[in-house]
Unconditional design. Structure first.
Length: 212
């Protein structure tokens, strides 16, 4: 009986292990580790690297923080904040930019933010096709009250973009909350179900912002 239970435990463990999201192992890079041929805008927030049959991949997240972009027209004394995400591929000593994400808040006189959400940058192979999915998540807002921020998940598989857009949830007090809605784009709706499930799980893990 004990032997049977032991074997059953092992089988259940293996099943649960196989059902886990296929996380691709990455290495975090510091600014000095990024090849000089790679150019990016903003201040580095995070960079990761991994290798597969296509070559060496580098993903960079960068933010400007709050500032005044003098290259843009301003109708007021508003400020700006921008964020950038890049995917570079180094294949046989030729570095190419696979994709770039750019988003911003412009000319805001109120409280302003455009920032990546911590610990959400990730690389997976959920559908096990050996083409990595790269996940980034960020929020941006210009407001002067306790209201939700615009929130997005962007995922790329090769050059194909998937997007989940909505707003975070603001909780004030013990029970009251506003926000939290989202919309999946057509790529997510028509793509593999594991992509949608992972996106919704990532969203729900990072949806809540509490106000006292």
């Amino acid at each position: 009986m004990n032997t049977f239970l032991s074997k059953l435990t092992i089988v259940l463990f293996l099943i649960s292990f196989l059902n886990l999201p296929a996380q691709v192992k990455t290495k975090e890079l510091k600014a000095k580790d990024i090849p000089t041929d790679i150019k990016y805008e903003g201040t580095l927030k995070k960079a990761i690297q991994w290798e597969d049959k296509a070559g060496y991949h580098i993903v960079i997240l960068a933010e400007t923080g709050i500032y005044i972009n003098k290259d843009l027209p301003h109708e007021s004394e508003g400020r700006d904040a921008e964020l950038y995400a890049y995917h570079f591929l180094d294949a046989e000593d030729l570095i190419v930019q696979v994709w770039k994400v750019f988003d911003y808040i412009h000319d805001c006189e109120l409280d302003i933010e455009a920032s990546f959400i911590e610990n959400t940058l990730g690389v997976t192979d959920l559908n096990k096709d050996e083409s990595p999915e790269i996940w980034i998540m960020y929020k941006k807002v210009c407001h002067g009250d306790v209201s939700p921020s615009e929130m997005k998940i962007i995922m790329y598989e090769n050059a194909k973009k998937y997007a989940m857009r909505g707003e975070n949830k603001i909780q004030y007090g013990d029970d009251d909350a506003i926000g939290g809605e989202y919309i999946l784009d057509k790529s997510f709706e028509k793509g593999p179900s594991v992509f949608r499930a992972f996106a919704i799980e990532l969203w729900n893990k990072n949806i809540l912002q509490k106000w006292d």
